[in-house]
Write a protein that binds this ligand. Structure first.
Ligand SMILES: NC(=O)c1ccc[n+]([C@@H]2O[C@H](COP(=O)([O-])OP(=O)(O)OC[C@H]3O[C@@H](n4cnc5c(N)ncnc54)[C@H](O)[C@@H]3O)[C@@H](O)[C@H]2O)c1
Length: 334
């Protein structure tokens, strides 16, 4: 298949594109290499993708309506996997317009071009954050999600609603995937795993919010990619659907930290802090709907996945140095 992957230079888009290429698909990647975190990491991922003959790279901002339309007018895609977005909950409190530009304007530009140029299926990334402050666990797709507690979550929920209207009005098949805390090699430096490794190595205290009472459904990136590929490759799916894609376990953050300590061979000094605005105390994905639809079965425990990230992290001192330089010069909003 010829597959458009947006956000190929991002964490999840990179892994998805790489695995699709390894399976023999052709991939066209679109990314604007925005500076939310050091671009060297994005360039590093993209360089690995360029080693594959089936890969074509387009550097484009999805907020550029004419550019997006021209791309979809010029080429036919068998599938679209839309993963590009302005990610991060905390950053959305301080940089709202970045979320509007990428997650609303960019999203509509792409789904509208997909409709106009006859894409068969539009698969897009949503987020567990749409469940907001709900406390009934595990989170199921039938629960109400009309009380987002951050702008990031509101844009992701808006994506789902826009998808519904496009499938209803125009018959475009739209499949949304609510990702739950994804981690793994080539992960994001604004996320806890990277921050914790960096601080533990430097002998600095690690900030642990909600005074340590945090639980997350941590999902290893290869499991996420297996689920996204399942959706891309499925012969039959509903015309419009939203699925949770998580690990189906709610892990204590303190257990996650213990695994990081073990993998690094260093103890963490813990600074207990209150829950941050926009953040939720616990997540846990009910994944039965995706299991039924495409046979999704995550296989990686945090005891297996955390050491894999740490090993990758230790093998890339050039990237970790880049991130330290960037942290020293940019505001600590992320
Ligand atoms: N990583 C997670 O735990 C997680 C959890 C829930 C949802 N998600 C969603 O999954 C998707 C991928 O997340 P990720 O962790 O890989 O994030 P990421 O930031 O690493 O990747 C996103 C990529 O999109 C690109 N991008 C941003 N705005 C763009 C624009 N206007 N035009 C073109 N490209 C643009 C960025 O440059 C980046 O390379 C996102 O939609 C995110 O919201 C991720």
């Amino acid at each position: 298949m010829r597959i458009l992957v947006t956000g190929h230079a991002g964490f999840i888009g990179f892994h998805l594109a790489r695995q699709l290429l390894e399976q023999g698909h052709q991939v066209v990647g679109v990314d604007n290499f925005c500076e939310y975190y050091p671009v060297a990491i994005k360039r590093g991922r993209a360089a690995l993708l360029r080693q594959h003959a089936g890969f074509t790279e387009v550097e484009l901002d999805l907020a550029d309506r004419a550019g997006v339309n021209a791309l979809l007018a010029a080429q036919r895609f068998d599938q679209i996997a839309h993963l590009a977005a302005q990610a991060g909950v905390r950053h959305s409190l301080t940089h709202p317009h970045a979320y509007v530009d990428a997650n609303l304007v960019g999203y509509v530009n792409l789904i509208e071009a997909a409709r106009q140029h006859g894409a068969p299926r539009f698969v897009y990334a949503s987020s567990s954050s749409v469940y907001g402050g709900l406390t009934e666990l595990p989170f199921g797709e039938r629960q109400r999600t009309d009380t987002p507690i951050s702008l990031y979550a509101a844009t992701k929920r808006a994506n789902e609603l826009i998808a519904h209207s496009y499938s209803h009005l125009f018959g475009l098949q739209c499949i949304g995937l609510r990702f739950f805390t994804v981690y793994g090699p080539w992960g994001r430096p604004d996320m806890a795993l990277w921050i914790f490794c960096e601080k533990i190595q430097a002998g600095e205290p690690i900030p642990v919010f909600n005074r340590g009472q945090m639980q997350r459904d941590f999902t290893y990136v290869d499991d996420i990619v297996a689920g996204v590929r399942g959706v891309i490759e499925a012969a039959e799916l509903p015309r419009c659907a939203i699925y949770n894609i998580g690990n189906n376990r709610s892990e204590r953050l303190t257990d996650y930290i213990a695994l990081i300590e073990q993998a690094l061979g260093q103890r963490a000094e813990i600074e207990l802090l209150p829950l941050q605005p926009g953040d939720v105390p616990a997540t846990w994905a009910d994944i039965s709907a995706l299991e039924q639809a495409v046979g999704y079965r995550p296989a990686t425990t945090i005891a297996q996945g955390v050491p894999r990230f740490v090993a990758w992290y230790l093998e890339h001192p050039e990237l970790t140095a880049e991130v330290r330089r960037w942290r020293a010069t940019s505001p600590p909003a992320r």
